[in-house]
Design a binder for this molecule. Structure first.
Ligand SMILES: [Zn+2]
Length: 580
């Protein structure tokens, strides 16, 4: 009996799978393409149907069809397995068939509702005119599958039941609401609204946002589908299915407020933009974005920046160690308005986005007078909490020092005040998972690949031991594997299985996974060392670069304080690092 993985690999061709995502060009017996994982002008991404692997020589990633889908969709192995199994027509066991069929019913219903709304829109000239007036092109309407729920209590209900769907299922999909009456009757949730389908990461419709169309002021401007079996608001980001590739390529994610903002931004060619769907930003959202990038740009107008919900979102993102910048929008304007006026000014606003701490400082110092005692206290009160949230110690010390000098108070006092600051309970964020994730950062992939190679070819262990230290690795798991590896002696006769078992015996899945990844490189023995050498150098230089930038912050601080002795010492350290 074949494993499902083998079964899927037998039935599907890697070139066919990959060409479902990107355009492949035949080159000899292989295929070439522009790499979807990094930005490039000449193709260095290649697919080998004979070996059933892919590799990019530009960003040095590669693997089999599973790892491709994992990286492309930003999902874990189990999801990639599910996606490819569906494609290959392979049934996976262990899934509750009840649940599965329930989910697929809801997918189907949402899909048909989206079609229905789309057809409605074609018949509604007034709505089309309105969309045009807002600056939305017909291409965007098509791409984002915008529709219209007409002014009727039961047209969707009638349509879906006429297609044979059960009333209970339509209710479970969140599209109709039960009336408090006997006999039980239902009515459509969305009426007289412009409909924006919300899709999951693979582009399947799972829910809707409805924007009122010329409604009376008493009803909500926007309503959303309720949470359902397939729609979990805290995990869904509007537009991510269309934005994910650009987010990864630009290594930057723009987060705006509303659906129309996202639509218009994509229309203006800024496709790395997404929105949370009818909810504040959650730790889950951030975890998902983290698969694609560490750089987050938030679009706020200056009023919103002061709001609690905004502060909370920023706080969460700070603690998740995102590099946050704020796109400053002039008052009472959202991105959609700006883009409608001129797409160029949107691009400009993005380019001029301010690092979060700079933004906070400017904002607070513009409100108060640092010469006045009362204002000093107010300034400190507003700025200490965000400073406290900075995860990196050096950076935190840096901003505290700036605050001290701007307020002209002793840093020591501020430090004491900082210790007392308690940030409101923000749900905790755990960026490191114990199992390898697709869409991991470049450096994490490098670390895992290196470890995979050493586990597979332990004869190179001495080289790695000599050149790397545990602190060079960026996460707890790779550090632990390296630590274990360091205990091993280089020996060509090492029994591989025994050796691998000894390392991290509590995480066999992880070990298997990283070995599995590198096995797909199908390297010849003579090339293995070159790979190991490459990873070793990259990891080392990445660590040193990080250290250098931290050190330069400390040096700036010493310079400002005029601490000559300290400065001498730091500069020496800096030069030593540079030499390395
Ligand atoms: Zn690449």
């Amino acid at each position: 009996m074949n494993s499902p993985v083998d079964e899927i690999k037998n039935r599907l061709d890697i070139a066919e799978v990959i060409s479902g995502y990107i355009k492949l060009k035949k080159a000899g017996k292989d295929y070439k393409a522009l790499c979807p994982f990094h930005s490039e002008k000449t193709p260095s991404f290649s697919v080998s149907p004979s070996k059933q692997i892919w590799h990019c020589f530009g960003c040095n990633t590669g693997g089999d069809m599973f790892s491709f889908v994992m990286q492309m969709e930003g999902v874990e192995f189990a999801d990639a397995l599910r996606i490819l199994a569906q494609k290959a027509g392979v049934t996976l066991k262990k899934q509750d068939p009840q649940l599965r069929s329930q989910r697929s019913k809801l997918y189907e219903i949402c899909q048909e509702a989206a079609e229905f709304f789309k057809e409605n829109l074609k018949k509604s000239k007034a709505v089309q005119d309105y969309l045009k007036k807002r600056g939305i092109s017909s291409k965007s309407i098509k791409e984002f599958r915008i529709g219209y729920a007409s002014d009727s209590w039961n047209s969707l209900y009638n349509h879906l039941t006429s297609l044979g769907h059960k009333v209970e299922d339509i209710e479970k999909a969140g599209l109709i609401i039960k009336k408090q009456s006997t006999p039980r009757t239902y009515y459509d949730r969305f009426r007289k609204r412009i409909m924006f389908p919300i899709c999951d990461i693979s582009g399947q419709v799972i829910g809707f946002t409805g924007r009122i169309f010329r409604g009376d002021e008493s009803t909500a401007k926007y309503i959303n589908s309720p949470e359902t079996l397939i729609f979990n608001k805290s995990q869904i980001l509007y537009g991510l299915d269309k934005a994910k590739i650009d987010i990864r390529k630009k290594d930057q994610c723009i987060l705006a407020e509303g659906q129309i903002d996202i639509l218009m931004s994509h229309q203006a060619g800024v496709k790395n933009s997404i929105a949370a769907s009818g909810t504040a930003l959650t730790p889950d959202h951030l975890r998902i974005i983290k698969r694609y990038t560490d750089n987050l740009l938030l679009a706020f107008d200056t009023d919103m920046a002061g709001e609690e919900a905004t502060k909370k979102s920023i706080g969460l993102a700070q603690r998740a160690e995102f590099n946050i910048k704020i796109i400053i929008l002039s008052k009472a304007k959202d991105p959609a308005d700006i883009i409608k006026e001129s797409p160029k000014s949107w691009e400009k606003a993005i380019k001029e986005a301010k690092p979060i701490m700079e933004f906070y400082f400017e904002n607070v110092f513009s409100k108060y007078d640092p010469e006045k005692l009362d204002d000093k206290r107010r300034i400190a009160k507003e700025l200490l909490p965000p400073i406290k949230r900075i995860a990196n110690e050096v950076e935190r010390a840096y901003w505290l020092q700036i605050l001290a000098s701007k307020l002209n108070v002793q840093e020591k006092l501020l430090n004491e005040a900082l210790a007392k600051v308690r940030n409101p309970s923000e749900s905790s964020y755990q960026p490191t998972a114990d199992h390898p994730k697709a869409g991991k950062s470049r450096i994490q992939s490098l670390e895992e690949n290196l470890l995979g190679f050493v586990l597979k070819y332990p004869e190179h262990i001495d080289y790695v031991k000599k050149n790397l230290e545990q602190k060079y690795f960026t996460n707890a798991t790779t550090q632990k594997v390296f630590q274990e590896l360091k205990k091993q002696k280089s020996n060509k006769k090492t029994n591989l299985k025994e050796f691998q078992k000894k390392v991290l015996s509590d995480k066999p899945y992880y070990i298997n996974h990283i070995i599995f990844q590198i096995e797909h490189y199908n390297l010849e023995d003579k090339d293995v060392f070159k790979e190991i050498e490459f990873y070793t150098k990259e990891i080392k230089s990445d660590y040193l670069k990080k250290k250098l930038s931290e050190l330069s912050l400390v040096i700036k601080k010493a310079e400002r304080e005029g601490d000559r002795k300290e400065l001498e010492k730091l500069k020496k350290e800096f030069n030593n690092l540079l030499k390395k």
